[in-house]
Ligand binder design. Sequence first.
Ligand SMILES: [Zn+2]
Length: 284
Amino acid sequence: MQIDLGTLRLDLLDDGLFELRPETFVKVTKSWNTELLSKGRHHPRIKVGFNSLLIRGEGKTVLIDPGTGDKERMAERREYNLDWPRKVLPQLRQLGVRREDVDMIVLTHLHWDHAGACTTVGYAGQIEPTFPRARVVIQRRELDGARQALAEGDDGYCADDFEPLAAAGKFELLERDDEQLFPWLSCHWSGGHSPGHQIVRVGYPETVRVSYLSDVLPTTGQLALDSGMSYDQNPGELRCAKEKFMKIAARDQDLVILVHAPRNRTGFLSEIESGEFKFAYTNS
Ligand SMILES: [Zn+2]
């Protein structure tokens, strides 16, 4: 799916489906839950998608959350029945984007399904940056939090996804909550799902903007402020972040991207009552 924002061309890239246990979803909208419940291989599972964003324009090529990537991932493939191979890297090739063309990657956080594609296995078996020229922008709190979580045995993170980037000096670590990277690209710390989780906004204020809310609003199943995922590290913080960023997206009529929606991946939010939101899908 292609989105044109004046001088910027955006492509929404589908990385393929995977499956989560129903108990992963906390207080989701009932109809959403049952609609996506599938038998899975052995047990009930909910199929979720993964949606990355490619931005080209103003002389830049930027990727937001490039997805799982092409490292082997045997444990995750077993646990989550990942569609394999993942699709973002082949789609970039189809769109004529070479790995060396990418100037910047913005990561909302470092979980493997969002950040795995940042590294790949090189010719000699070494793990190296997938996009050799790209600076990788994250919150400093996320790198610190990921290292701490890994030390405590959290399997949402994988050191191979980000330590080679740190070793190669690729990270640009954001210290402040709100950072304007380009006049048309900004990052905003949310926390909640992970310590340094941030959302990304694309576009100029005078035109329609895109809100990439990532795991602040992964699907429309989590529209209620108290709903979320069992992986959410700080549910209270997440609730505040949801209210804040959904209000902004509704007020400014941003086109919202749902990172884990398996279909119907974009739309517009409106606030029907204080703290109660509705989502109108666009065709995608
Ligand atoms: Zn996620």
